[in-house]
Write a protein that binds this ligand. Structure first.
Ligand code: IPM
Ligand code: MG
Length: 360
């Protein structure tokens, strides 16, 4: 009997639908070649869902995600929804999915493909063979802390506030993810905090150090976030696994991604609960939406991560990575990674090229 998986597809806004479409081509090809049965359940999310149902994360969408074996998301957000109430912004859908599915660990690998080494703004020798894994805590910290809001003061001015909070348990579980991931890689973890200023990240540092006692084979180093931001552009190869808080991870993962040449190349996995979610780390890029300019590779590589982390099929991930590498080696490029003497293709053509490589 064929192995059967249900995948919830959440295309979302901007370039989301275009890149998801290419990932679906790849899923179709794998379904045939691997003898799988894939049930794809497409549901609206973000601004697209707000337009139809008045909410960025309708109950039906959350339910489809919870019922699935894995979730594949495109991107959410756009200028059209910037003025609506905070609680109904497209971005809230992402946060709602993360917390409802208990996806407390976000894995964001920043890996340089040899063919793209010159697309990076850093010198070749600083980034060739670069392979960093940023592990971002995803359901706690300042993104979710209470109290939060904007209040009016007696003098008529306003005061805005958010709360950075972590419990010991939240820190322990993300630290374990980091050490476990490091064990299968370079066995080095840098934990990033601001322990010289923020008490809560002082606790972070203490708890990570305590959990490390169970992992004597892993080398642990602590680093302040400002130093880490600097070290990432100075000497990025010193890093193997970086583990950090929700907001520091948001910032550092964008920085790490750009070391590889294009944010359009990087996949991510959000894990922890029963159903994991996979998405490109780039946003909805409304300026290029619908023009065939988007790079679908981050989403296609996210499908690879899905096979690795949700379906236990690491070899399928390797196969997808290899197909992407071969396409790039042949000089095929979307606009974001285009350089001299290469062949520029559209989003759709890039998807076709990857499928063709997979089917060789
Ligand atoms: C990300 C994004 C999101 C975040 C936004 C869109 C809510 O920047 O996934 O990194 O801040 O987590
Ligand atoms: Mg971000």
């Amino acid at each position: 009997m064929n192995q059967k998986y249900t995948i919830a597809l959440l295309p979302g806004d901007g370039i989301g639908p275009e890149v998801i479409k290419e990932a679906v081509k790849v899923l179709g090809s794998l379904e045939k070649s691997l003898g799988l049965e894939l049930a794809l359940n497409e549901v609206p999310v973000g601004g697209a869902a707000y337009e139809i149902e008045g909410h960025p994360l309708p109950a039906g969408t959350l339910n489809a995600a919870q019922e699935a074996d894995a979730v594949l998301l495109g991107a959410v957000g756009g200028p059209k929804w910037e003025k609506i109430d905070f609680s109904l912004r497209p971005e809230r859908a992402l946060l709602g999915l993360r917390s409802n599915l208990n996806l407390y660990a976000n894995l964001r690998p920043a890996k340089v493909f040899p063919a793209l080494v010159d697309a990076s703004s850093l010198k070749r020798e600083l980034i060739d063979n670069l392979d960093i894994m940023v592990i971002r805590e995803l359901t706690g910290g300042i993104y979710f802390g209470e109290p939060r809001g904007v209040e009016s003061l007696d003098d008529g001015t306003r005061r805005g506030f958010n709360t950075l909070v972590y419990t010991e348990e939240e820190i322990k579980r993300i630290a374990r993810v980091a050490f476990d991931v490091a064990r299968k890689r370079g066995k080095r973890v840098v934990s990033v905090d601001k322990a010289n200023v923020l008490e809560v990240t002082g606790l972070w540092r203490d708890v990570v150090t305590e959990v490390h006692e169970e992992y004597s084979d892993i080398v642990l180093e602590h680093m302040y976030v400002d130093n880490c931001a600097m070290q990432l552009v100075r000497a990025p190869k010193q890093f193997d696994v970086i583990v950090t808080t929700n907001m520091f991870g948001d910032i550092l993962s964008d920085e790490a991604s750009m070391l590889t040449g294009s944010i359009g190349m990087l996949p991510s996995a959000s894990v922890g609960g029963k159903t994991a979610m996979y998405e490109p780390i780039h946003g909805s890029a409304p300026d290029i939406a619908g023009k065939g300019l988007a790079n679908p590779l981050a989403t296609i590589l996210s499908v690879g991560m899905m096979f690795k982390y949700s379906f236990g099929r690491e070899e399928v991930n390797a196969k997808i990575e290899l197909a992407v590498e071969s396409v790039l080696d042949r000089g095929i490029r979307t606009r974001d990674i285009m350089s001299e003497e290469m062949t520029e293709v559209t989003t759709q053509q890039m998807g076709d090229e990857v499928v063709a490589e997979l089917e060789i």
